[in-house]
Design a protein around this ligand. Structure first.
Ligand code: COI
Length: 355
């Protein structure tokens, strides 16, 4: 594989106020790109000034949605930065690639691209509590033909965005409505892959929810419309009668890396964690009889986000008095403590880079 060619920007941008970042609004000075075709494999690895990407009007991604992505974060340290479980993201990216018939990314290319780009834009890693550098790797099919076929050409890109909280609520509980009309994914479809199409399918219900002042929707399974799946921007966990329940990975739920990490942390704390089917009736009943003690979402962008209200079929179920639950707060502190380098990383989850 070729080295990365670097073209530095001649017009570095002014950095945003790190105390007012929000999510995904600002982008660093550079981006990474690489092209793939069957003859040359991955080639023309390059870091160039952040800019528009020229695209052929017949490109596969524009017509048939051949696109996959990842979400990761880098955290500032005294002597450099660290990424959280980047090889887990690569494994998921390659699983998504397999589902969408896109090319795999080799580990050396992944790590080299990430570290070379972040090293170049290191001054964009925010240093305030609760902030990080969000990393968005993505790949799209780029054949210049309208035939519907598995792609032969692709482009892989990494962009970087200094971020604060994903939700406007910050660490305050979010409102979630359980969606009973639209469906996000079905088994055998692409639900487990991180592909743009899953998110496109979620936008109409998300818009309806936002119009009612609700942050996000919680999806039910697409066949029986009965079992809780995920929120789209995060997986979900419930504390019911002392037990932690999270929907099992049936094929239509994204295998979240934060989800997996939280399960490990919770088990180490001695909690019983059940990855199983949980029906909306079971959840509603637990909310009604007071055994639903806490609910939260997990995700790279969302981190650990408390859920304060669940809406379903006209009813409003308040969770934890609409306050952050004790365990939710503990989990948030522990996970972010490891990510921000304040708590010892006994699991070997962090990939440190000294600069
Ligand atoms: C992430 O948590 O990184 C995601 O990709 C979720 C969302 C922002 C689409």
């Amino acid at each position: 594989m070729s080295d990365i060619r670097i073209e530095k920007t001649k017009t570095p941008k002014e950095k945003p106020d790190f105390s007012k970042l929000g999510f995904g609004k600002f982008f660093t000075d550079h981006m990474f790109l690489a092209d793939f075709n069957e003859k040359d494999g991955w080639h023309d690895l390059r870091i160039v000034p952040f800019d528009f990407i020229p695209i052929h009007p017949a490109s596969t991604v524009l017509h048939y949605g051949a696109e996959i992505f990842e979400g990761m974060k880098a955290y500032k340290l005294e002597d450099g930065y660290q990424m959280f479980r980047p090889l887990e993201n690569l494994a998921r990216m390659n699983n998504s690639a397999e589902r969408l018939c896109l090319p795999f990314i080799p580990e050396d290319m992944w790590l080299n691209a990430l570290t070379t780009l972040i090293n170049l834009d290191k001054d964009w890693i925010p240093n305030l509590p609760g902030t990080s550098l969000y990393i968005r790797p993505f790949m799209f099919g780029n054949d210049e033909t309208l035939g519907v076929h598995a792609v032969h050409r692709a482009t892989f890109v990494i962009i970087l965005s200094p971020v604060g909280n994903y939700y406007a609520e910050g660490l305050n509980p979010v409102k979630i409505s359980i969606e009973n009309q639209d469906v996000r994914a079905v088994r055998g479809g692409t639900g487990y892959a991180k592909c743009g199409g899953n998110y496109a399918a979620s936008l109409r219900a998300g818009k309806r929810a936002e119009e009612k002042g609700i942050s996000q929707v919680l999806w039910l399974d697409g066949v029986e419309r009965k079992y809780i799946e995920e929120v789209g921007s995060m997986n979900v966990m419930f504390k019911i009668n002392g037990e932690i329940i999270t929907p099992k990975l049936t094929g239509s739920v994204l295998p979240g890396i934060t989800r997996k990490s939280c399960i490990e942390l919770l088990k180490e704390k001695g909690y019983k964690v059940s990855e199983r089917l949980i029906s909306v009736e079971e959840l509603a009943k637990a909310a009604e009889n007071g055994t639903l003690e806490e609910a939260w979402g997990t995700g790279t962008a969302a981190v650990v986000s408390p859920i304060g209200h669940l809406y379903y079929e006209g009813k409003d179920y308040t969770v934890s008095d609409n306050k952050i639950g004790t365990l939710t707060a503990e989990l948030y502190d522990e996970l972010t403590g490891i990510q921000w380098g304040k708590i010892a990383d006994t699991h070997g989850w962090c990939y440190k880079v000294k600069i």
